[in-house]
Design a protein around this ligand. Structure first.
Ligand code: ADP
Ligand code: MG
Length: 322
């Protein structure tokens, strides 16, 4: 059964709900073996327990007192809360305030914070702490230039250089290589979920859907144009499905923020892709970058490159780009 709905964190991308089918355990012995190293079979609904409790944040020292945060202007709207500019101990921060205080929403929100608290890398948006007041707030480093998608669209071809593009691609890939090494799967990698700071460093954000590899919680909502075929079809989310999304993100960077699969109606994208259709190289995109895109869109997840390998390639291209 297919359902289409607006993705809350973006305008044009549509999502399918309950698209992923539940899987049995048989694919553990699948021939290609490569993705089975990273995933366990999806448990039946309700079989997982990834509960995070407020006390855990306090014990781990992640609690920030409400009075230590000064809220500023609204800078963005997310699925679970509004994002404000803020100040925490003289540091510029971003504060996501949970709007829905139901138990399920609180749980999801704290899950996002707990994922972020386990991860630390220069190319991941850093968690600073959590305010456990009437409204739960997630405090992160402030990314002054906003999301990569807005950055690409607002500046465009006339302002953004080859060097900027390779920097964004390489930064994002470095952050993802770290996630891959830590065995975290992002599941929603896209230019809208990469943020740019005042120094123009790109960092991966929006860990709302990221889960430890073996937790396999089903979110049920996927941005179709960014999600790998096996993830849409069989809920097989791995670093290799993140790699497919990274290829789409590269295409977004080199097309200056166009919506992927232009001119193909969303409802036809999955069929086209399953029949072997792939996007063309964006105008002016270097061949070596398009070669990477093509590799990431291998239908066989096991044959896609790793983020670690790709990060090495992108670093070399970065060093050769002036
Ligand atoms: P959701 O994942 O629920 O959609 P996001 O975390 O993507 O919400 O945040 C929504 C928007 O808020 C982003 O697109 C961005 O414009 C802004 N935003 C989020 N986090 C930050 C941050 N750390 N610094 C600056 N702006 C941010
Ligand atoms: Mg988002």
């Amino acid at each position: 059964m297919w359902y289409f709905a607006k993705h809350p964190s973006g305008k044009e991308e549509m999502i399918s709900k309950n698209y992923a089918k539940e899987r049995g355990s048989h694919y553990e012995s699948d021939a290609d073996g490569l993705c089975t190293r990273l995933v366990k079979p999806v448990p039946k609904r309700g079989n997982y327990d990834y509960s995070v409790d407020k006390q855990a944040f306090i014990d781990l020292g992640w609690r920030i007192k409400e009075k230590d945060i000064k809220l500023g202007e609204l800078i963005g709207k997310g699925e679970f809360g509004d994002v404000y500019r803020g100040k925490y101990r003289e540091q510029k921060v971003a504060v996501k305030v949970l709007k829905d205080s139901s138990k399920a929403a609180t749980q999801q929100f704290l899950t996002e914070a707990s994922v972020m608290s386990a991860l630390r890398h220069d190319n991941l948006v850093q968690l600073l702490g959590v305010v456990l007041g009437d409204n739960i707030q997630i405090v992160t480093e402030f990314m002054g230039k906003g999301s990569l998608i807005d950055y690409l669209r607002s500046r465009g071809r006339s302002v953004i250089t080859r060097k900027d593009q390779i920097n964004f691609a390489s930064d994002t890939c470095n952050g993802m290589a770290y996630l891959e090494k830590e065995k975290f799967v992002h599941r929603d990698l896209a230019a809208r979920n990469v943020l740019i700071n005042d120094d123009c460093t790109a960092k991966v954000s929006d860990f709302g859907l990221a889960r430890p590899v073996d937790s396999n919680q089903q979110g049920g909502k996927f941005p179709i144009k960014w999600t790998a075929p096996e993830a849409l079809k069989d809920s097989l989310f791995t670093s290799k499905s993140d790699m497919w999304s990274f290829g789409i993100l590269l295409w977004e960077i080199y097309s200056f923020g166009r919506v992927p699969y232009p001119r193909i109606p969303l409802a036809n994208v999955v069929t086209h892709v399953s029949e072997g259709y792939r996007m063309e190289s964006p105008d002016g995109c270097p061949q070596e970058i398009y070669d990477i895109m093509t590799e990431t869109w291998n239908i066989n997840a096991g044959q896609r490159p790793s983020f670690t390998e790709t990060a090495v390639k992108l670093s070399a291209i970065r060093a050769n780009t002036s």
